[in-house]
Design a protein. Structure first.
Length: 324
């Protein structure tokens, strides 16, 4: 990890945006296609032993309202997951589209079904993130940030539940608990911010697998997205409250702070962590190709969010998840 990253606030904030008709859009992963070529370590995996009913009972309306967005201060005296400083990310600006702020998404479409809030416990504290349903063989796989599943080299999350289509307290597709959680080995073994990616395999709900209720987005691991993106998430730190789906859109650029992630202008705050970045997003249908997830911001720059470039390591995580 480079010295410049010691001042980075890796908050659950990187969900980038995709402009319709974006150049550089990646081809979608075919979930029934061949597995990636061997040559790297597989995913680091955790099987939940929790009783699903106890997880669902745990998340009362009061606990969900009190859950905090995760923040991570690299190089701080108290490593691991932290709440970000009060007011972090607040700009006092009006939220206008395409200027780096995050207006509420009112376009409808598939993205309002496939994106949802995540509620979890980590090290005895309750947190919230964002995740997205993607096409998979088991119809039960969602992708998110690695830090929404595992505290780097530390603890795994518990009481992990996904609420697709969450909107101001409404839960139109119910809640789904996680039976398997997977992250990249680089994240689990050395908290590599370039590989902050994870997947959760959900238990079936009353109507079957989550994908049957919500549909699913395409995902690509070609690692070549350099054009504009559109990101989505549920930012929960002021000036946002986590109750509605927010979005940003614009071009991406390389991170010069020491990671291989890409950045884009967006002031979404913590809680948006794990939210999808889409290439080739179509506003009419609400569909695109997931090419990254919200990962981190630097403490010195609350208006730029970063997401990992999805490649072979992330593909192995996804492949193990969709076959679980």
């Amino acid at each position: 990890m480079t010295p410049s990253l010691l001042h980075a606030l890796v908050a659950p904030l990187v969900a980038a945006a995709v402009a319709a008709g974006a150049t550089g859009a990646s081809a979608a992963t075919d979930p029934v296609g061949p597995a990636p070529a061997p040559g790297g370590p597989g995913a680091v995996r955790h099987t939940s032993s929790e009783e699903p009913s106890s997880v669902l009972d745990y998340w009362t309306d009061e606990r969900m309202a009190a859950a905090r967005p995760i923040g991570r201060l690299l190089g701080g005296a108290a490593g691991g997951l932290l709440d970000a400083p009060p007011g972090y990310g607040a700009t006092g600006r009006e939220h206008q589209a395409d200027d780096g702020t995050a207006p509420e998404w009112t376009g409808g479409g598939a993205v309002t079904r496939t994106t949802g809030r995540v509620f979890l416990s980590m090290d005895g504290r309750d947190f919230t993130c964002t995740a997205s349903v993607v096409r998979s063989r088991n119809a039960s796989t969602v992708v998110t940030a690695g830090h929404c599943i595992k505290d780097g080299t530390g603890a795994w999350a518990s009481k992990w539940v996904f609420v697709p289509g969450y909107d101001d307290g409404e839960e139109p597709y119910g809640r789904y608990t996680a039976r398997e959680m997977l992250v990249t080995p680089e994240w689990a073994r050395r908290t590599d911010d370039s590989r902050d990616f994870g997947a959760a395999v959900l238990r079936e709900g009353d109507g079957g697998p989550v994908q049957e209720a919500t549909g699913a987005q395409r995902i690509s691991f070609s690692g070549d997205h350099t054009g504009p993106v559109r990101s989505f998430g549920y930012p929960a730190r002021s000036p946002y409250d986590g109750r509605t789906l927010r979005t940003c859109s614009g071009p991406t650029h390389p991170d010069r702070g020491g990671t291989s992630a890409r950045g884009m202008s967006c002031d979404m705050t913590e809680g948006s962590s794990g939210g999808p970045w889409f290439a080739g997003f179509d506003s009419g249908s609400g569909r695109g190709t997931v090419v990254s997830v919200v990962s981190f911001k630097y403490a010195s720059d609350a208006d730029t969010q970063y997401g990992p470039v999805l490649g072979s390591s992330e593909r192995r995580v996804f492949d193990e998840a969709q076959n679980a």
